[in-house]
Design a protein around this ligand. Structure first.
Ligand code: PMP
Length: 302
């Protein structure tokens, strides 16, 4: 369950947590067209530091653009609003959830007359795939559900409706005794996980499927690509087949919520938890806390 915090920002105002309510006939609840983000703030000596906040708000705008959804607030306004919510919470670290959705007033599939509403909430949220996901690894299952085709649902948009597919895959994996699912695209190649991008090491270098594979363009994916290269590892975007997973030298999944989590196995084929993944995961933990000089600008202090 979510632990409530002080305030939620709704359409320009900070409102008490319990009063951040919407009508049952809110358009997006019925038809799934909303766009959202998942962001983390980490404790730093200067106060809560929100990791790549501006980049997340840019992606929120891009998601809205893909969906043809008007956005009533500029990126810098959303950045300031997020800082206000985190400051009001008094929390040293937290998870942050901005969402833009079509509100109450219109029904039916024509969204042209709809009005976009925006809310930003934050609350405490621990490691998504477990505290020891980096060192012990997670058990993955290739899902029977495919990742969205580009011409059915736009996978590059972080739109609420896309997550029906992710939830189906996640629950299928959990019910089968695994921790997380890997989604293949309709062409049968590896795309990503239900809430994380994936990196697979083959012949000494990491490959990660790009946007064209149907994966979300992950901000953590971009962060760990930079970190891995700084550490001297080779990383490239690439096409991965299911077999690449089974004979991986190392593999990890990453996302804002999951951070860097090692892959311990895929479909019960064990994968070594390797030194490259551990080094990248440890450097990521320092980077998000503003402890790595070259990436200090990514930490946006409240
Ligand atoms: N893929 C999906 C489907 C996701 O939901 C997420 C989490 N937003 C990611 C990848 C990772 O993205 P990010 O690193 O920007 O959190």
């Amino acid at each position: 369950p979510i632990t409530p915090t002080e305030k939620i920002w709704m359409n320009g105002e900070l409102v008490p947590w319990d009063q951040a309510q919407i009508h049952i006939l809110t358009h997006s609840l019925h038809y799934g067209m909303g766009v959202f983000e998942g962001i983390r703030a980490y404790e730093t000596a200067a106060g809560p530091g929100i990791f790549r906040l501006t980049d997340h708000m840019r992606r929120l705008h891009e998601s809205a653009r893909i969906m043809g959804m008007p956005m009533p607030y500029a990126v810098d306004e959303l950045v300031e609003a997020t800082k206000a919510v985190v400051a009001a919470s008094g929390l040293p670290s937290c998870y942050i959830r901005p969402i833009a959705y079509y509100g109450y007033g219109e029904m039916g599939l024509n969204t042209l007359p709809c009005t976009t509403e925006v809310a930003i909430a934050c609350w405490p949220w621990g490691a998504y795939l477990g505290d020891d996901a980096l060192t012990k690894g997670v058990r993955m299952k290739v899902s029977s559900w495919s990742r969205h085709d580009h011409n059915a649902m736009p996978p590059a948009a972080k739109t609420t409706g896309n997550y029906v597919n992710s939830s189906l895959a996640k629950v299928e994996a959990l019910n089968a005794g695994y921790d997380e699912a890997i989604m293949l695209n309709p062409q049968g190649f590896v795309s990503e996980c239900t809430g994380e991008n994936i990196f697979v090491a083959r012949n000494g270098r990491f490959l990660t499927p790009p946007l064209s594979s149907g994966a979300l363009e992950g901000i953590t994916q971009s962060t760990v690509t930079s970190i891995a290269r700084d550490l001297g590892f080779e990383v490239a975007e690439g096409v991965l087949a299911r077999s690449d997973l089974y004979i991986a030298e190392e593999a990890f999944v990453c996302g804002t919520a999951a951070e860097v989590s090692s892959v311990a196995s895929v479909d019960d084929r064990d994968i070594p938890i390797g030194p490259m993944t551990l080094a990248i995961g440890r450097e990521y933990a320092r980077t998000v806390r503003g402890e790595v000089d070259r990436y200090k600008d990514w930490v946006e202090v409240v």
